[in-house]
Every structure is written in structure tokens, then in C-alpha cells.
Design a protein around this ligand. Structure first.
Ligand SMILES: [Fe+2]
Length: 248
């Protein structure tokens, strides 16, 4: 079984808008076409936040119309550039704020909403940490947990962007470390670059944006112009989780 993560679409109400030498509408459209062409069997696409760049209702309608051209189910969680009330207006059976339901397998998928209205930084909601804890205790047979967030929960080595990770991440990290019988994979967005690190039973990933890229290990804001936009493929096979980034 495969799932796809796309992130940080940054769509504005003007589809011709250029930001950081990139046309986010065009690159999102190219990304979705690429996914359909190369992963036609994939039904589940998770969008980890920053769908809009200008918080307008029009930008969400543009995204909705584009997503509706495809058969996949889109699982959305909000980023710092999103407006929850607008996200809710584009949701239906196919575009949802639910997490992927893998209840027939030994893998649990859980989406964290790290969005804080009016702020750039993220925050993990206590109610969600408690809910995940409960699920982990109830689901004894689950041995793999996939978590999606917009804001990463650890620093990625770029000072200017590390200021805005989820500020109370340690609570979630300690929870995961305490479940030593389970393997956790966390897939985040926000940082417009690929990153990967491991701590005991937890593996952390970030994924390139569908538009412009940021330079990694950078003290200040800097664009990465040598790497193109892309997405992440997550494959569950033989009780293991493999993942790779594809660039377009
Ligand atoms: Fe963001």
C-alpha cells in the first residue's frame, strides 16, 4: 500500500502569481499530474498544510477545483498560512480533515493540527496528544505509527526556520519514546526541504514543497535554486515502511 505526502502549496487567488521565481499553481498542477501518471494506484494523498498563501476564500476554491480533477482522497491538515474556516468550506467525502483509516492493518495514521491562528510557529494540541496516547494504549496490535504534521517537531539545522517548529514537541517525543514496542515515522512540511533523522524508535522526515525550495542548513532565509519541487511517497510493505522523495 502506498500513500503520498504533498505540502506547502502556497496558492493565491491569482493563479498566475509568481513567488520566489515560482508559479505555485503551475507547480502544484504539475505535481498532481506527475503523481497520477507515476502512482495511479495510490488513492490516499495527505496535504500537510500551507495550502493557501493569501488566506483568501478564492485560493481555497482554486485548490478545490484542481483536486477535484483527480480520483484520490485528499487528507488535509492546516499550516500557518491556512484559515480553518476556508479549509472547512472545501471539505467533503473526497477532501477531508480526517486521518487515513488503516484500521484493518497494524499501522495507525494520525494527523496533528499544529496551526495557531495568527502565528507562524506551531503548537501540538494537548487534546490530540492525549487522544493519540489513548489510541496507542487501546491498539495493542499496532506496531507502526505514521504521524503527519505541518510544523516539524524537531529542529532541522536552519536557524531562521527552526524558530517556528512545534513549540511543545517534547511532550509528543516523550510519549513516543515511552512506547518502545512501536515504531514511529513523522512526516512534516513547513520547511520546504527534505530532512531526515532518527532518535530511538522515532524517525523524523520533512518533505519538499510543491513550489519553491529553501536551502538546508542555512542561518538566514535562502532559496534553494538547484533543487526542484516534489513530493513524498510512503510505502507500507511486508510490515515495513519505506519512503522516498520524488522531484519533478
Ligand atoms: Fe508553513
Amino acid at each position: 500500500m502506498e500513500m503520498i505526502q504533498i505540502t506547502d502549496l502556497h496558492i493565491t487567488k491569482d493563479i498566475e502569481n509568481i513567488k520566489n521565481d515560482c508559479k505555485p499553481y503551475q507547480t502544484l498542477s504539475n505535481t498532481l499530474k506527475h503523481i497520477e501518471h507515476h502512482h495511479s494506484n495510490v488513492k490516499d494523498v495527505v496535504i500537510t498544510g500551507d495550502l493557501s498563501n493569501d488566506f483568501t476564500r478564492e485560493s481555497y476554491m482554486i485548490i478545490r477545483n484542481l483536486l477535484k480533477e483527480y480520483q484520490s482522497t485528499f487528507y488535509i491538515l492546516p499550516g500557518n498560512h491556512d484559515k480553518l474556516e476556508h479549509i472547512n468550506t472545501i471539505c467533503d467525502e473526497q477532501i477531508t480533515t480526517n486521518s487515513i483509516d488503516l484500521s484493518m492493518s497494524k499501522t495507525l495514521v494520525y494527523n496533528f493540527d499544529t496551526h495557531v491562528p495568527g502565528k507562524t510557529n506551531g503548537h501540538l494540541k494537548k487534546i490530540q496528544i492525549n487522544e493519540l496516547n489513548k489510541k496507542l494504549h487501546i491498539s495493542k496490535e499496532v506496531d507502526k505509527v505514521i504521524i503527519f504534521t505541518h510544523h516539524p517537531i524537531i529542529e532541522i539545522g536552519s536557524e531562521w526556520i527552526d524558530e517556528h517548529i512545534s513549540e511543545n514537541s517534547e511532550e509528543l517525543i516523550q510519549l513516543m519514546l515511552s512506547h518502545t514496542d512501536k515504531e514511529f515515522k513523522i512526516f512534516s512540511g513547513h520547511v520546504h526541504q527534505e530532512f531526515n533523522s532518527i532518535k530511538n524508535n522515532i524517525e523524523f522526515f520533512t518533505t519538499p514543497s510543491t513550489c519553491y525550495q529553501f536551502k538546508n542548513k542555512s542561518e538566514n532565509f535562502a532559496l534553494e535554486t538547484n533543487l526542484s519541487y516534489g513530493y513524498r511517497v510512503i510505502t507500507l510493505h511486508d510490515n515495513s515502511i519505506r519512503t522516498k522523495v520524488l522531484r519533478i
